[in-house]
Write a protein that binds this ligand. Structure first.
Ligand code: ZN
Length: 294
């Protein structure tokens, strides 16, 4: 299943499922709605309720009623699929070519850092350039892993059983703020610098991410192009490493790192500017678009 969280006009936010190229509110599919809590909810709450797999199976076998309204993606004001994950764990230098352009050796173990949920915005958001703090806002297109169930000390062979699905992340970074101190946290967690989405595709539909391709474009110009299988540490390896000491919870987000081609790597650098549109496309997951306000 592919779940999107957002709203039509002035309605409340709700979950939608993709049917072909249109979206149907889960509330209009009785067998699905029955599985959800009364006041529902983002993808994070579905995961915490423990009904993810049942919902996927229900949507796989149930037909959409004739009376159900359907919407195009453009009609929906999209929110991040998970509003307040307990953790957003990011991975640095996880593609050899990006490590090299950052003047780093490929790491011998995953380089972890965190972002906070004040960063999250949905697909289609317009964000202000944080110009009082940075002159070097940069993009980082990434595959995001959504954790589906709690676990710790997870073995690598079992790791993908803990994944609910996948989505797209743009680890927007205030590069000058990031590199002003040895800790990257501030430059990585400025408000609204974490576009996530547009939707979550569940693992029953997307089992293996190694063949996916990732492309980041700025105003239509391709800046990053890579295969997700070129990661140094795979999603399974990352889950095994992280969960050895940091318990994972449903709804946690693991951003698996960015490939080569960030703005910082160009000579001269090509950081984002007001008015730019950044799009990150991953095959099977769609396109995550963010506009930097004029
Ligand atoms: Zn990143």
């Amino acid at each position: 299943m592919q779940l999107l969280y957002g709203r039509i006009g002035i309605d409340d936010n709700q979950l939608f499922t993709a049917v072909g190229d249109r979206f149907v509110p889960l509330s209009a599919i009785p067998d699905a709605a029955r599985l959800l809590p009364d006041s529902c909810c983002d993808v994070g709450q579905v995961l915490r309720e423990g009904v993810w797999a049942a919902l996927a199976e229900t949507l796989r076998i149930s037909s959409v009623p004739d009376f159900a309204p359907t919407f195009t993606a453009d009609q929906i004001h999209v929110e991040p699929p998970i509003i307040a994950p307990a953790k957003i764990i990011c991975v640095g230098h996880n593609y050899a070519a990006h490590a090299e352009e950052s003047d780093q050796e490929p790491p011998s173990q995953p380089v972890l850092f965190a972002k906070t949920s004040n960063t999250l915005v949905g697909h289609g958001a317009t964000i202000d350039y944080p110009s009082s703090l940075t002159a070097e806002l940069d993009y980082e297109g990434e595959l995001a892993v959504i954790i589906g169930r709690a676990g710790s000390h997870i073995r690598r062979e079992k790791a993908l059983e803990y994944v609910a699905g996948y989505t797209i992340y743009n680890d927007l970074t205030a590069r000058d703020v990031q590199l002003a101190s040895s800790q990257w946290f501030r430059g990585k967690s400025l408000d609204r610098t974490g576009p996530l989405g547009p939707s979550v595709v569940s693992t029953d539909e997307l089992r293996d991410t190694t063949g996916l391709t990732l492309e980041t474009r700025v105003n239509g110009e391709v800046r990053q192009s890579a295969r997700c299988g070129d990661m140094i540490f795979s999603p399974a390896a990352l889950i095994a490493f992280i969960s050895n000491g940091i318990s994972l919870e449903p709804g946690d987000v693991i951003a698996t790192g960015t490939p080569a081609g960030v703005g910082h790597s160009f000579r001269p650098p090509r950081f984002l500017a007001p008015g730019d549109v950044v799009e990150v496309t991953i095959t099977a997951l769609g396109t995550l678009r963010t506009k930097i306000a004029e």
